[in-house]
Design a protein around this ligand. Structure first.
Ligand code: NAP
Length: 491
């Protein structure tokens, strides 16, 4: 099975923050990989923009280093980097001042009616509003303009509303692409294909057959390079409000009438609006401790962020419910954290036990489990029960039916595009299905804000947990009280 490359229309893509970490590690390598795949039309241009004054040669040298360090995974013909760099330009531009804007206008305006202009806001969130204003002032906000807005989208409901309002002054909602790279992952889209492309699962996808659902996004890394931001945000704002919420929506939503941006986003919004408030005893906050292992020493959370009194959480586990016909009675358990045992993002759909075992209790009882792995090793596994092979009576064992995408694509299969590749191409094509709509973001903040306000009013302090562990022991108790267990965090 060979993936088809469908060329896109001519475009100019301006990366505000074109010298930053995200541009170097993700955006430019993603564009390069699409270029190698032959997806760039003739004349497509990439324009790096940041305040730093540098020549085109200096910018090209920076981009070449970024590609050599981060554009792994695709074989490119010799000379392709040079060809790619021919498409890359740089304009020193200040989002808060006049520097660079007339040069940017001169570059973009002559072709504005013939091609798509995409402005990627890969800068700190305090600049999002200013960039929108300046694009408007300089005549760069027009019908062929799309803007990509990075996370975090707001700090709470009020700030998210204010940001939505500023963007709405100059752009229609159809021009705004709020990016959550989790939604660009192959498995996330496969989750929709599995749910809505097969007859098999949908009849079982409800509280009658599903005991509970676990969503885990575990990271083994700590907080590096984002200390100030993270200590203000914490795991709730950094991960739960966006990534985990989006995964929850996709797993729980009703079938949309069609795979169309607003049909999908309408259904996701209904899930968020149906979420119950989280009770204080259904949530555990944690903070990682220092690691004294001489082979891998690192400071505690408080040491990492340089704030010895910090009460910001680097870990969250919570139980929530969706109050609708499909899910009433099925708990959803969400957890995420830094410096955990392994890097592992997985959704586990735990089905109920069979109502009666005809084989007797000694044969063992086994519930089905559908595991959707987002990283690493994207893939889907269904655990089914069979007879243990060999003589000795009827004993039951679990076996995995495994769908690892690399295998499913076969030996001729291309590497599936990474999340940023897919999402950037979707922006150029004008497909918003995998991007968050303004009302979705606001609804997600509307659910998270009271939880955070509760901690603040109670003076809640996170529980310590050992670096390299699965998280605080209280998170295990959260499950055990319900007679359940977390699945292991495995790489
Ligand atoms: P960064 O490394 O600090 O880069 C910031 C970029 O913004 C630099 O290119 C900087 O260049 C430019 N910049 C700063 N002030 C500017 C101004 N007034 N006008 C124009 N450009 C300006 O940040 P980052 O890690 O790339 O993150 C960028 C955005 O992506 C943030 O919103 C962040 O939350 C989000 N994000 C990042 C990651 C990640 O892995 N890095 C992941 C998810 C989301 P000059 O100093 O030369 O102007």
């Amino acid at each position: 099975m060979v993936s088809r490359i469908i060329p896109v229309d001519p475009f100019d893509l301006v990366i505000f923050g074109g010298t930053g970490d995200l541009a170097r590690r993700k955006i430019l390598p993603a564009l390069f990989r699409r270029f190698c795949a032959g997806q760039f039309p003739e004349g497509a241009r990439i324009i790096g923009a940041a305040r730093t004054d540098m020549s085109l040669a200096e910018y090209h040298a920076m981009v070449a280093v970024a590609l050599s360090e981060h554009a792994e995974g695709r074989e490119c013909a010799p000379g392709t980097v040079a060809e790619f760099l021919n498409r890359v330009m740089y304009v020193a531009t200040d989002a808060m001042g006049e520097q660079g804007w007339s040069a940017l206008s001169d570059l973009l305006k002559p072709t504005a009616s013939e091609r798509q202009s995409v402005f990627y806001f890969s800068v700190g969130p305090r600049l999002f509003g200013a960039l929108a204003e300046r694009l408007h002032l300089h005549g760069l906000a027009h019908e062929h303009t799309r803007i990509v807005v990075e996370k975090p989208f707001g700090h709470d409901l009020e700030s998210a509303k204010a940001l939505n309002a500023v963007l709405a002054e100059h752009f229609d909602e159809s021009q705004v692409y709020r990016i959550d790279h989790y939604l660009g992952k192959e498995t996330v889209q496969n989750l929709m294909a599995v749910r809505f492309g097969n007859m098999l699962f949908e009849p079982l996808w409800n509280s009658q057959y599903v005991d509970h659902i676990q969503i885990t996004v575990a990271e083994s890394v700590g907080i590096t390079g984002r200390e100030e931001y993270y200590d203000r945000a914490g795991a709730m704002r950094d991960m739960v409000q966006n990534h985990l919420m989006q995964l929850l929506c996709l797993i729980a939503m009703e079938p949309p009438a069609k795979f169309d941006p607003d049909a999908v986003r309408d259904e996701k919004l209904k899930v968020i609006r149906a979420l119950d408030p989280v009770l204080p005893h259904h949530i555990v906050r944690g903070q990682f401790e220092a690691c004294l292992d001489p082979g891998d020493p690192h400071p505690s959370y408080r040491g990492s962020v340089g704030n010895p009194r910090s009460t910001t959480e680097s870990y969250i586990a919570l139980r929530t419910h969706i109050s609708n016909w499909r899910w009433a009675g099925t708990p959803f358990y969400l957890r995420t954290g830094k410096r955990l045992k392994a890097r592992s993002s997985v959704i586990n759909v735990m089905f109920k036990d069979a109502p009666h075992s005809i084989f007797g209790e000694e044969a063992g009882r086994h519930a089905n489990l559908l595991s959707i792995r987002l990283q690493p090793n994207e893939g889907i596994t269904l655990k089914v029960t069979i007879k243990e092979p060999g003589p000795g009576g009827m004993r039951l064992v679990d076996v995995p039916l495994d769908m690892t995408f690399a295998e499913a694509l076969g030996p001729d299969g291309e590497d599936p595009p990474g999340a940023y590749e897919r999402l950037i191409v979707d922006v150029i094509r004008g497909n918003q299905t995998l991007f968050m709509r303004g009302d979705e973001v606001e609804a997600a903040w509307g659910w998270t804000d009271p939880i955070i306000a509760g901690w603040n009013s109670r003076g809640d302090v996170p529980k310590p947990y050992a670096s390299g562990s699965p998280g605080p022991t209280d998170a295990d108790l959260l499950m055990r009280r319900d007679g359940r267990e977390w699945r292991g965090i495995n790489p």
